[in-house]
Write a protein that binds this ligand. Structure first.
Ligand SMILES: NC(=O)c1ccc[n+]([C@@H]2O[C@H](COP(=O)([O-])OP(=O)(O)OC[C@H]3O[C@@H](n4cnc5c(N)ncnc54)[C@H](OP(=O)(O)O)[C@@H]3O)[C@@H](O)[C@H]2O)c1
Length: 179
C-alpha cells in the first residue's frame, strides 16, 4: 500500500502493520441485526482487493454473519465463548485480539486487517496504524456503529471517490516520520 512514511525508525519498518477496514454510512452505521444493511458490490470488491493475501481478524458475531471463511486470507476469529484453535486450516480462533496479533507477528505477516464489527473495532482502535474507511454516501438505520475516534490523532492520506462511497485512508500521526 502506498503510504510511505510509516515507522519512526528502522526497526518499526519490520513490525506488523495493523489496519482497520470498515464501511460506514453517513450516520455512522456499520450493521443492523447482524448484517451489513446495504448491498454495494463495488465496496465488496474494494474490500476483497485490499485484504486478499493478508490475515483478516474479526469478532465472533461478524464471523457468524459471513458464515464461511473468505478465500485467499487467513481468517481469524476473536471469541471468549468459542474454543481457541490453531489447528483448523481455513480459520483460527483466539480468545483476544492481542493473541491474534502475536500470532500474525510470529508468522511474519507484514500486515493484518481488522474487519469488525463494533466491539473488535473498539478494541483495535488504540492499536491500529491505518484506518481505511469507506464512507457510504447515504444514511441508514442500524444497531451497530463504527466507534468514535479522535480525528486529531490521524492524518488523512488519501480520498478516492467512487459513485456510492468515498474511500478515506488515515494514518496515525505518531507513526509519521519527522522530515
Ligand atoms: N460495515 C462494515 O464494514 C462491517 C464490518 C464488520 C461487521 N459489521 C457489522 O457489525 C455487526 C457486528 O458487530 P458486533 O460489535 O455486534 O460484534 P463483533 O465485534 O463482530 O463480535 C463480537 C464478539 O466478538 C468477541 N469479542 C469481542 N471483543 C472481544 C475481546 N476483547 N476479547 C475476546 N472476544 C471478544 C465476543 O465473542 P463471544 O461472545 O463468542 O465471546 C463478542 O460477542 C454486524 O451487524 C456486522 O454486520 C459491519
Amino acid at each position: 500500500m502506498g503510504y510511505p512514511l510509516l515507522g519512526k525508525n528502522f526497526k518499526d519498518q519490520f513490525r506488523l502493520e495493523k489496519i482497520i477496514i470498515a464501511a460506514v454510512s453517513k450516520n455512522g452505521v456499520i450493521g443492523n441485526e447482524g448484517k451489513i444493511p446495504w448491498d454495494c458490490k463495488a465496496e465488496l470488491q474494494h474490500f476483497k482487493k485490499t485484504t486478499s493475501g493478508f490475515p483478516i481478524i474479526m469478532g465472533r458475531k461478524t464471523w457468524e454473519a459471513i458464515a464461511t471463511p473468505l478465500k485467499n486470507r487467513v481468517n481469524i476469529i476473536i471469541s471468549r465463548s468459542l474454543k481457541s484453535s490453531k489447528k483448523k486450516n481455513d480459520y483460527l480462533i483466539f480468545s483476544s485480539l492481542k493473541k491474534s496479533l502475536a500470532y500474525c507477528e510470529s508468522n511474519n505477516h507484514k500486515k493484518c486487517f481488522i474487519i469488525g464489527g463494533t466491539q473488535i473495532y473498539k478494541t483495535a482502535l488504540p492499536l491500529a496504524d491505518v484506518l481505511i474507511i469507506s464512507e457510504m454516501k447515504f444514511e441508514v438505520e442500524g444497531d451497530a456503529k463504527f466507534p468514535e475516534f479522535k480525528k486529531a490523532e490521524w492524518k488523512m492520506l488519501s480520498s478516492e471517490e467512487l459513485s456510492e462511497f468515498t474511500i478515506h485512508t488515515y494514518i496515525r500521526k505518531e507513526n509519521l516520520q519527522e522530515c
